[in-house]
Ligand binder design. Sequence first.
Ligand code: SAM
Length: 340
Amino acid sequence: MSISRHPVYAVIIGKDGPMLTDRYGRTIEYLRLSVTDRCDLRCAYCIPQGFKGFEEPAHWLDFDELERLLTVFARLGLRRVRLTGGEPLLRRGIAELAGRIAAIPGIADLSLSTNATRLAPMAARLKQAGVQRLNVSLDSLDPDTVSRLNGRPVLAAVLAGLDAADAAGFAPIKINMVVMRENAHEVERMVEFCLARGYVLRLIELMPMGETARRMGYVDLQPIKRRLQARYGLIDTVLPGGGPARYLGSPDGRFTVGFITPLSQHFCATCNRVRLTVDGQLHLCLGQDDRVDLRALIRAGASDAELATVLHQAVLRKPERHEFRERPEKLVRFMNMTGG
Ligand code: SAM
C-alpha cells in the first residue's frame, strides 16, 4: 500500500486502485448494512406504533445483488460489515447472507446488531456462518420497563438469546443501552449485569432521529461517565471494532464500558463508515439526508467499474459532520429506516 498526494486530500492506493477516501481525508472501510427496515419491537424512540411506511419487498436488494455490491466495495477497501436493520434476524435467510458476505475477499470483520428476541434458535447458525461479533440491544433489566420502552414484553426472550449467544461462543458480546430519562437510573444495574456475565456495556446517547426520538428525554452521558469512572476506578482503554465508542475499563481488564456520545462529544472527524438501506440507498451520514441510489444503478445494469466509480463519487459527498445539535428537527427518518 502507498500514499499519493491529491490536491485536497491523501488517497490511499490499495492493490485494486484508490481506496474510498472522502474530502476530509477519512478512509471509508466500514459498512452498516440494513437487511430489513422491519422490526418486531416498537421502541418508544424508534419506529412509531402503527407505522406503515416500510419498503416494498420488490425494492429490497436480494442476496446476489448484495454480494456483488459488497465485492466491488471490498475491492475499494471495505473491511468491516455490520448487519443491522430494523431487526436483521427478521430477514429470511440471514445466516446464508452472512455466510456469503463473510466469504468475500477483503472483508475481515462481520458483526451483527440485534434486539435478540429471536436470537436463541439462531445464535449457533450465525456463528457458523461467519458472524464474528454480536451487539445486543438491551435498555433495561426490568420487565415492565422493557415492555414500556421497547413495546413488547420480551426481556425473557432476550436473556434466552444472550444465553444462546454465550453457548455459541460469541465473545465479547456488546450490550447496547440507549440511555434516556426513563432508564438512566438503571445504568449501574446494567454495569453489574455486564460485569457478572462478561459483556462489554455500551451506553448510547439518544439521537434526534424522527419525532419518536425527539419526544423522549435526552440524557447527556458525560456526567454518567464521570460517575462510573469514580465508582469503578475506570481507566481509558481501546477495543477493536471500528465503531465510534470511547471505552473505559477496569484496571484488572474484567470490565469495559463504551460511551457513544453523538451529541455531547461527536466523533465525526474519525468517521469511517457509510450505511446501505434495505432498498439500496447509500447514506453517507446517519445525521444527514444525502444519499445515492445504488439499487437504480444495479438494476439498470451498471458494470462493476461503473459501480466503483459511483462509490468513489458518493464518498466524496460525505458531509463533514452531522447536525444533531444544531438542527435536531432536521431528520424525519427513524433509525430503522437507515439502519442503526
Ligand atoms: N434491531 C437491531 C437492534 O436492536 O440492535 C438493530 C437495529 S437498531 C435501530 C440499532 C440500535 O439503534 C439499537 O441499539 C437501538 O436502540 C438504537 N437506536 C434506535 N433509535 C435510536 C436513536 N434515536 N438514538 C440512539 N440510538 C437509537
